[in-house]
Design a protein. Structure first.
Length: 380
C-alpha cells in the first residue's frame, strides 16, 4: 500500500516538474514580452528619437549682416544688465535691440535713461498704454497725449500687448474690441508722430481649438494650461482676426507690425492676402521660426515676394537661441531640431534667402519704420 502511495506521489512530482519545465519558459517569455511592450510604448513626452540622417550642417553662430531685433522684452533693466546685453549682442552681430516693454510716464523715462544713456545707438524703447483710467470718459484722448509725451521723452514706437482684445474689459464687463473706436485717437496719434505700432492680437489658432490629441500644440498647452483659449472665456480666433484687420483698414496712415507673423505662419497665403489688402501692415518672425522652418519652399518664396514687409525678431531673449534664426535664414540645412520643443515637435529646414532679402529682414525694413536708428551702422 505504501509502495503504491509512494509511486503515485513520485508520479505527481514528475508530472508537476514536467509541467513546470514546459510552462515556466512560456511564463517568463510572457512577462518579458509584457515588459518589452511597456518599454516600447513611451508617452509623447518620453519619445524623443535621435535622427540618423547624415547630411551637411552649417551651424551659424553669428549673423551674416548686422541686424535689428524688433521684438525683445526687458522690464526695468539695470545698467549692469544693459552692459551685459551689449557684450552679448556684439558676439552675434546684433546691432540694435528694440525693447518693447518701456512702459509709460516715469517708467518710460527711466527705461530710456538706463538703456540709451550709456549706449544711445544700441537700443530702441517702445512705449506702452496704461489702462488704469479706462473707464473715465476721454480715455483715448488722454492715452494719445501720454504717448506724445513719451515720444518726447525718447520712445520710438508703441507696443500693444496680448491682453488687448482678449482680457481687457470695461467696468461693465464688456470686452474691449481690437477695433474699439475709443482707441482711434491713439492710432491716429501714431500716424501723426510717424512711429510704428507693434501689436500682438490673439494667439496661435491652435490655442483656440479643442485641447485634444489632434491639437498640434498639445505639448505646449500641457506645459502651460493657461495658454488655452476656450470659447467660454475668450472670443474666437476669427473674431479677433476680423477686428484686427478692421483696425488696420481704419488707420491706413499708421504703420502696424503684427507680432509673430500675425499668427498666420501656418497659412502664408492668408498672410499674403492681408499684405495685399493693407500696405501699412508688416510682421515680425519672433517666436514663430518653427512655422517657417517646416515649410522651407513656401517660406523662401514668401519672403522673396514680401521682402519689404517682414522684420527680424526673437521675443524671449537668449543670446544662444538666435543662431537657429541665422541658420534658417542663411542656409539650406535639412531636418534639424528647433530650440524649443513645446513650440514644435517637428524638425525644421533652412530656407536660405538671397542677401538682398536677408538685409531687408535683418535691418532695412526696421530702418524704414522706426525713427531715430542710425542707418550708417548698417551696410547699404
Amino acid at each position: 500500500m505504501n509502495s503504491r502511495r509512494n509511486l503515485f506521489f513520485i508520479s505527481a512530482l514528475c508530472a508537476g516538474g514536467l509541467a513546470t519545465v514546459i510552462l515556466w519558459p512560456r511564463a517568463v517569455m510572457t512577462q518579458q514580452s509584457t515588459a518589452t511592450e511597456k518599454q516600447q510604448t513611451p508617452t509623447i513626452d518620453e519619445y524623443q528619437p535621435k535622427s540618423t540622417l547624415a547630411t551637411k550642417e552649417h551651424k551659424v553662430e553669428r549673423a551674416k549682416f548686422p541686424f535689428i531685433d524688433i521684438h525683445s522684452h526687458h522690464w526695468n533693466p539695470t545698467t549692469e544688465e544693459v552692459d551685459r546685453l551689449v557684450k552679448e549682442m556684439d558676439t552675434i552681430n546684433l546691432r540694435v535691440m528694440v525693447n518693447l516693454s518701456g512702459g509709460t510716464g516715469e517708467q518710460l523715462k527711466n527705461t530710456v535713461a538706463v538703456m540709451k544713456g550709456r549706449h544711445p545707438d544700441r537700443f530702441v524703447v517702445f512705449a506702452n498704454m496704461n489702462y488704469d483710467d479706462l473707464n473715465t470718459p476721454g480715455f483715448g484722448k488722454r492715452v494719445a497725449e501720454r504717448l506724445e509725451a513719451d515720444v518726447k521723452n525718447g520712445a520710438q514706437g508703441l507696443k500693444i500687448f496680448k491682453n488687448f482684445g482678449m482680457d481687457l474689459k470695461y467696468a461693465s464687463g464688456q470686452r474691449v474690441h481690437v477695433d474699439d473706436p475709443e482707441f482711434d485717437a491713439v492710432f491716429e496719434k501714431c500716424a501723426e508722430l510717424k512711429i510704428p505700432v507693434l501689436i500682438h492680437v490673439a494667439e496661435p489658432s491652435a490655442f483656440f481649438d479643442s485641447w485634444d490629441y489632434h491639437n498640434e500644440r498639445w505639448e505646449e498647452l500641457k506645459e502651460f494650461p493657461g495658454r488655452a483659449r476656450p470659447p467660454a472665456k475668450y472670443p474666437p480666433f476669427e473674431t479677433l482676426m476680423t477686428e484686427r484687420n478692421h483696425l488696420f483698414t481704419k488707420h491706413p496712415r499708421t504703420n502696424f507690425i503684427a507680432a509673430h507673423l500675425g499668427f498666420h505662419g501656418n497659412d502664408l497665403e492668408r498672410l499674403g492676402k492681408l499684405f495685399d489688402a493693407n500696405p501699412n501692415v508688416y510682421v515680425d518672425i519672433a517666436a514663430v521660426l518653427a512655422e517657417l522652418g517646416r515649410q522651407p519652399y513656401s517660406a523662401h518664396d514668401f519672403l522673396v515676394k514680401y521682402q519689404d514687409r517682414v522684420l527680424m525678431g526673437k521675443d524671449i531673449y537668449d543670446v544662444n537661441e538666435y543662431k537657429w534664426y541665422f541658420r534658417s535664414l542663411e542656409t539650406r540645412d535639412e531636418y534639424f531640431e528647433y530650440y524649443r520643443r513645446r513650440h514644435a515637435f517637428w524638425r525644421i529646414y533652412g530656407f536660405q534667402v538671397p542677401d538682398e532679402v536677408l538685409k531687408k529682414v535683418y535691418y532695412k525694413n526696421a530702418l524704414k519704420l522706426v525713427p531715430g536708428i542710425d542707418a550708417k551702422a548698417f551696410p547699404e
